[in-house]
Design a protein around this ligand. Structure first.
Ligand code: PEP
Length: 255
């Protein structure tokens, strides 16, 4: 399937930034800037900001997501939030397996798989993050790493569920560092991931799967990255905190 048959998704990952009041103002500020987008627009905000993000985005083309969810529905998991809790609020998307969760919060491929399945079973759409560290790239094992992460994350997931999963290729060395993968590097790994999905399911499923690039995407480099055939949008950290920059990226994905 050609690129233009997949709808690109530009998703902001705010990480641990903005209060509920700031969220409300920001979403209202960004709404008119992205209202004509020819791509999906999502903001994944901190848990405490979800309510004000949902309220501010009502009636607009902005979709709201969380940045994580637990694999159990409820129980003794202090500090965690479950998929049914998110669903009950009207949240649509959730990021699973972000490298910062893997790095600082002991997230493993297995817990990523459990969280992803919990989210899907509640009808949430998942943005699944995979990507290699600098050491892994330098050791020439990028493909092994993203293949392993993708296969374990999708273990036990049916083909029909892939339409509710976006895969974000996020090289860890490019996240929050200002170092972007070149558009050729991004294309190469996104295509590789598409082939992994094809082998796990089939070509038709792989052709329909949205695969984003994430890692220091910004208003300046978005055009070139998003022009690549297998790059179907972006997961945007830093630049999603600035309405003008974010809207330029949305425009680049809408071409
Ligand atoms: C991210 O947090 O997923 C990300 C890509 O961050 P940044 O754009 O800041 O590198």
């Amino acid at each position: 399937m050609e690129k233009n048959k997949r709808t690109p998704v530009i998703a902001g990952n705010w990480k641990m930034n903005k209060t509920p009041a700031e969220t409300f103002d920001f979403i209202n500020e960004v709404k008119p800037l992205v209202k004509d987008a020819d791509c999906k627009v999502v903001f994944c905000v901190p848990f405490v900001d979800l309510e004000s993000a949902l309220k501010a985005s009502e009636g607009s083309n902005i979709h709201i997501g969380a940045q994580n969810c637990h694999f159990e529905k409820s129980g003794a998991f202090t500090g965690e939030i479950s998929a049914p809790m998110l669903k009950s609020m009207g949240v649509e998307y959730v990021i699973i397996g972000h490298s910062e969760r893997r790095q600082y919060f002991a997230e493993t491929d297995k817990t990523v798989n459990k969280r992803l399945k919990a989210a899907l079973s509640e009808g949430l759409k998942v943005i699944l993050c995979v990507g290699e560290t600098l050491g892994e790239r330098e050791s020439d094992i990028t493909e092994e790493i993203v293949s392993k992460q993708t296969k374990i994350a999708l273990n036990g997931v049916e083909a029909k569920d892939l339409e509710n999963i976006i895969i974000a290729y996020e090289p860890v060395w490019a996240i929050g560092t200002g170092k972007t993968a070149t558009s050729d590097q991004a294309e190469e790994v996104c295509l590789y991931i598409r082939n992994v999905v094809s082998k796990l399911y089939n070509k038709e499923v792989a052709d329909k799967t949205v695969i984003q690039y994430g890692g220091s995407m910004n208003a300046k480099n978005a055009d070139e990255l998003l022009a690549k055939t297998n790059v179907d949008g972006g997961l945007i950290g830093g630049a999603s905190l600035k309405s003008e920059d974010f809207s330029i990226i949305v425009k680049a994905a809408s071409k």
